[in-house]
Design a protein. Structure first.
Length: 353
């Protein structure tokens, strides 16, 4: 396989948290026509900076996936279709995009999505190396190799897994745990007949996409009723995540952590509290980390202004509970980074003695 920019080693002290300012979609107020908070990803990072968990030089900078990267999964025919603005308008559900010249659409809509996709692919390798990784964007689970939809233009989950299978030794089995409010029909279609991939999907059974064909790929299907609340939801997630990880021995868990399960989400139709979402992420990380299975988390859907704060709170909670590895030395290991590492190891040593 070709050498990809996406698999370069980041400096050793970086947190395996992947982000780029290029994730955010902002142009002429058009993003306000979609219930999507198109600056959500940057807001998550700002909250984490305010809480002093990360700094710009501590996170891994996402790079844009190239055509060559995308062709690992996508058909050339599909990528060519994205050169038509009306196709992109349909996929992103932002109708006025149809009337923009395609070079504007490429730069303002598709480049952010390609950069988030690159971020997911990078985070896959990081998760294997470090035990965990979080892409602050990505989770485009309605896109398959030859069809986009539901705001998803690139199949980043499929791509991350295929990259790992093809390029990382010892990774030959993957489990997808999809807890976005919607059925993850994109990766389901892509891995329909692939015994190396086990899919658990919990979703509101009455909403988009209702893809009956794709459902055949789900090994553990948790269909939820309108307005499902915390107690029932968390009990089901706990039972089925544990069951999924016991039933199939995976080398990587890809966790699609959509926040559109939040009470009041205009598209999700479920009624989970902010605390419920934080608890859910904790359950999934605990299940994977306790079995020493690397976990890659992507943030996926979530269409309210308060979701950025909840995602940040969840990451802070995971860190506070020790479910994220301790990797706080500066990313560009200059002298300060080395000094920090020495201080950290001295602390570790004193706590041992």
């Amino acid at each position: 396989p070709h050498r990809t920019e996406l698999y370069q080693e980041p400096p050793p002290g970086c947190w395996p948290i992947v982000y780029s300012p290029d994730y955010n979609i902002t142009f002429m107020g058009l993003e306000k026509l979609h219930p999507f908070d198109a600056g959500k990803w940057g807001k998550v990072i700002n909250f984490l900076k305010e809480e002093k968990l990360i700094a710009d030089d501590l996170i891994v900078q996402a790079r844009e996936a190239t055509d060559e990267d995308l062709l690992v999964v996508h058909t050339r025919r599909y990528l060519n279709k994205l050169k038509w603005s009306f196709v992109v308008a349909t996929i992103t559900e932002i109708p006025p995009v149809a009337f923009l010249p395609n070079f504007v659409v490429q730069r303002k809509v598709l480049k952010p999505l390609r950069t988030q996709t690159g971020g997911t692919i990078m985070a896959g390798k990081l998760a294997v190396d470090r035990g965990w990784a979080i892409n602050v964007g990505g989770g485009f689970h309605h896109c398959s190799s030859d069809k986009g939809g539901g705001f998803c233009a690139y199949a980043d989950i499929t791509l991350a897994i295929k990259f790992l299978f093809e390029r990382v030794q010892g990774v030959s089995r993957a489990t997808i745990i999809d807890l976005d409010a919607h059925q993850g029909n994109g990766h389901e279609r892509d891995f329909m007949d692939d015994p190396r991939v086990y899919i658990m999907d919990a979703y509101n059974r009455y909403i988009y996409p209702g893809d009956g064909f794709a459902k055949r790929a789900i090994k553990r299907r948790v269909e939820l009723e309108w307005g499902t609340e915390d107690t029932e939801y968390l009990q089901k997630v706990q039972t089925h995540v544990e069951g999924a990880l016991n039933e199939f021995k995976a080398d990587i868990v890809v966790y699609n952590a959509g926040t559109d399960i939040l009470d009041g989400d205009p598209l999700g139709g479920l009624a989970i509290s902010p605390q419920g979402i934080v608890k859910r992420d904790e359950l999934v990380f605990r299940a994977a980390r306790s079995r020493s299975i690397p976990i890659l988390m992507v943030t996926s859907g979530g269409y309210q202004k308060r979701t950025a704060r909840i995602i940040a709170d969840s990451i802070l909670n995971l860190h506070g509970l020790g479910l994220l590895g301790r990797e706080q030395a500066a990313c560009g290991v200059g002298s300060s980074g080395v000094e920090q590492m020495i201080r950290d190891s001295a602390k570790d040593f004193s706590s041992l003695s």
